[in-house]
Each structure stands twice: as C-alpha cells, then as structure tokens.
Write a protein that binds this ligand. Structure first.
Ligand code: BMA
Length: 293
C-alpha cells in the first residue's frame, strides 16, 4: 500500500510576516466540523518557541489562517519553551486538544477543551512527567475516557472518569528491536479511527538511523490494550526533498488521520518545517493493517 502525495503539497508554509510562525509550521491536527476543515498546527519563529496556530478550509487544501496563535505558552516556567503537537478529538459535543507542554522540567502531556475550536481552556495534565504523543479516543470505552500516550519508547493506554485522574496505565505496543524502521521508539499519531475490524491506530516510529516513518495497527474495539494486527512494514517514509531536508532531517510526522469520502486524508509535516497531505482509499489502508501489504 502506498499513500499518494497530493500534487498541491506542501499546503502550508511558514509565514515570514508573523514572528511566531516565521520559521516552521508542522505537526497538525485536522478536524472536520460544520462542513469545514479546521487545522491546529505547531509553529515556530526564530526563538523556536512553539505556538499552536489555527487555519480553516472549505476543501482541505486551501487554508486561511488566523493572525494570532490560539494556544500560546501560558503556564510560566512549565511551558515557557513551547506548546507542541496538537491532537484534537471531538467527544460528546466538546473538542479536546492533547498538546505537549515544554518547560523547565522537559515535556509533559496536557489536555485542553473548547466548544468552538478557537478558545481553549486547560483541563489538566495527564501526568507531570516526561511523556508526549497522547491522544484521546473519540468515545468512552466501557464507560471511561481512554487515552494513548508515550512513555518512551512504548505506546501506552490509560483510562479516566473525569479526564483529570488517569489510571490503569498499560503498555500496548513497543519498538521491535529486530525491525529496522521502528526498532527504537514509537508513538501514536491522530485520533484512532473506529472500523468494523478494530480501532485503526496510526503511529510513527524510528530506528537506528532516526528516520521517522509511518504505519498502522489494529486494536480490539472493546479492549484497545489488545493489538490484533501490526504489519511489519511502514506505509510512508520521507522521500521528497522537503521531507528529507528542513529543520529536523528525515521526518514525516503526523497528528491527524482523517477519513473523507472513504479516503484517508493523511496530513503530515515534512522535516519539521512544512505541512502536506497524502491520501489512500480506506479499504487499502484497512487491508494493509490486516495483511501488511
Ligand atoms: C518528536 C515529536 C515532534 C517532532 C519529531 C521530529 O519528538 O514530538 O515534535 O516532529 O520529534 O523532530
């Protein structure tokens, strides 16, 4: 299975007129709501402090952005180095954003909420220790909120009744030491997609050469701690010049995997600098997840 890079890619570039997004725009979440595509993206200026910007689009290709970020560092020493890597989950009429707070003690995973996708208030941290790549499931599982997260180098799951206290932390997937592309570290991408075959989990991994590649796994619908299928191979790797060279070389990174008219819309960042789109029929993605071809 091969994703097809959209001919108009890359779709979003840094904007030299805005200090906060003048150097890099990357790692975006895209949410379909009210007939529009809403993008939350990580952006950096010359100080490399990340902010989260917002853009809206009628077709998913042409984006109109707000002048100011919608989430900026706001917790003093705890996130003064930046707010990073948004993943947005619609759940029970509210939008939840999982983002990484980067401050004097390193990274920790935060959760915020919004009714309109523009004004965000913090719900609280998932935990206050080194952790990222967290993303909420789009529905409760057995009556509780469920979240994926990454205590390096594994993907974990945890559960909560109120989105504030998280328990039952369990490793669900680990790097495969004998497998070239995901031997060292893995992390979840966007909101897991519910299918009749299980939760489709899009995830990234890297091995010795530190090349960020992309693949999928299928998790049990009732018990997503159980991995049903995990292909050996990846479905996408850096190939275009803008994916190989940029701020951080050889990175394809994604915080969103949307399904639009039975197509996977895989928004991703190349080399931590630009945002692009690749697509594939969902039936091919599911077949790849089940058979690994
Ligand atoms: C990881 C991520 C991203 C970034 C990637 C590659 O740690 O959290 O923020 O895109 O590194 O540099």
């Amino acid at each position: 299975m091969k994703l097809v890079r959209h001919p108009q890619s890359p779709l979003l570039y840094p904007n030299p007129l805005h200090q906060w997004e003048s150097v890099n725009v990357f790692n975006c979440a895209v949410t379909e709501w009210n007939g529009l595509f809403h993008m939350h993206y990580r952006a950096q200026g010359v100080d490399f402090i990340s902010h989260i910007g917002y853009a809206v689009s009628a077709d998913g290709l042409h984006w109109n952005r707000l002048e100011k970020p919608v989430v900026a560092p706001h917790q003093g020493r705890e996130d003064y180095r930046g707010v990073e890597d948004p993943r947005v989950t619609p759940l029970e009429g509210t939008f939840y954003m999982c983002y990484t707070a980067y401050g004097e003690n390193g990274n920790f995973p935060m959760i915020a909420q919004s009714d309109n996708l523009i004004t965000w208030t913090d719900v609280g941290p998932l935990e206050k220790t080194e952790n990222k790549d967290h993303v909420l499931f789009p529905e409760k599982i057995n009556g509780r909120y469920a979240i994926l997260h990454r205590r390096r180098p594994h993907i974990w799951i945890a559960y909560s009744d109120d989105l504030k206290t998280w328990t039952d932390h369990t490793i669900i997937m680990s790097p495969r030491e004998d497998n070239l592309w995901d031997a060292k570290s893995i992390g979840a991408n966007g909101v897991p997609v519910k299918t009749e075959h299980g939760w489709l989990l899009f995830y990234h991994g890297y091995g010795k050469e530190h090349i960020y590649r992309q693949s999928v796994a299928l998790l049990d619908l009732q018990n997503p701690a159980k991995v049903i299928h995990r292909p050996k191979s990846f479905f996408m790797q850096p190939e275009e010049t803008w994916e190989i060279r940029g701020d951080v070389p050889n990175v394809i990174f994604s915080c969103s995997n949307n399904v639009v008219n039975n197509q996977l819309y895989f928004y991703y960042a190349g080399a931590d600098r630009l945002i692009g789109l690749a697509t594939a029929p969902m039936k091919d993605v599911i077949q790849f997840a089940r058979k690994g071809k």
